[in-house]
Write a protein that binds this ligand. Sequence first.
Ligand SMILES: NC(=O)c1ccc[n+]([C@@H]2O[C@H](COP(=O)([O-])OP(=O)(O)OC[C@H]3O[C@@H](n4cnc5c(N)ncnc54)[C@H](OP(=O)(O)O)[C@@H]3O)[C@@H](O)[C@H]2O)c1
Length: 240
Amino acid sequence: MKTLLILTGHTKGLGHAILDQFLSLEGIQVVALSRSSLEIAHSNLTEIALDLSDLNGLEANLPKFFPKVQVDRYILINNAGWIGEVKPVGKLNPKGIQRVMNLNLLAPMILTDAFVKAYGQQKGQKIICNISSGAAHKPLPGWGEYCSSKAGLAMFSKVANEELKSLGFRVFSLAPGIVDTEMQSEIRQADVQNFPALDRFVGYKRDGRLTLPEEVAAKIFYLISHPEHFEEVVQDVRDF
Ligand SMILES: NC(=O)c1ccc[n+]([C@@H]2O[C@H](COP(=O)([O-])OP(=O)(O)OC[C@H]3O[C@@H](n4cnc5c(N)ncnc54)[C@H](OP(=O)(O)O)[C@@H]3O)[C@@H](O)[C@H]2O)c1
């Protein structure tokens, strides 16, 4: 099956594991976007270095991300994300608020819209998987920016799924669980004054309760390979 995958945040953590999973497929073509590049020589991979929180840069470069190809499956995975400033409301910075909303919410919305414009009329499967978080649905003091950005992305995914059904798209908002990546390490460096749940997150790592990115990537691969098994837009890898 010929597949095109457009993936953000492919250089580290979960995104890197997703990239590895898909690159092993026959007939795959990947366009991958992050600020840095892996610079691995792979004939099926095109890496584009871009700061997705710079929305002007994103808009100017949009045409590069969507090659004009005819394949059996078109996939967009909006995975790049940032925890934001781990601080309570009243201690935030306007620039930090903008950066996390741009990266976690507005860039995925812009990429989703452009993906639909590029491939909406194509035959074949069309899947959009927005990497969300349990924090989209549960308030956590210190994570005002992050929770809001992921809640917005979850709602956008639900609206998009309703609108795009008739064009043959499936849209998912997928929580990956608690994954052993740099993002978790950044969370553990927060100040307990700003993040009361710090001890719990330190404990996840200490007690070996973090999931490996490879395990989560395998579940994402399963969901994308069997969308017919998943009725709801909002999914959590801990449920399957
Ligand atoms: N880890 C968890 O426990 C957890 C839990 C729930 C949800 N999530 C979500 O899962 C996704 C992946 O997280 P992760 O834990 O794998 O994070 P990570 O290890 O910090 O990796 C983040 C990826 O996003 C890219 N990225 C970050 N800022 C970017 C920017 N401004 N422009 C372009 N690319 C950018 C990074 O590459 P560069 O540095 O090269 O740009 C990297 O490839 C995120 O959406 C996160 O919110 C993670």
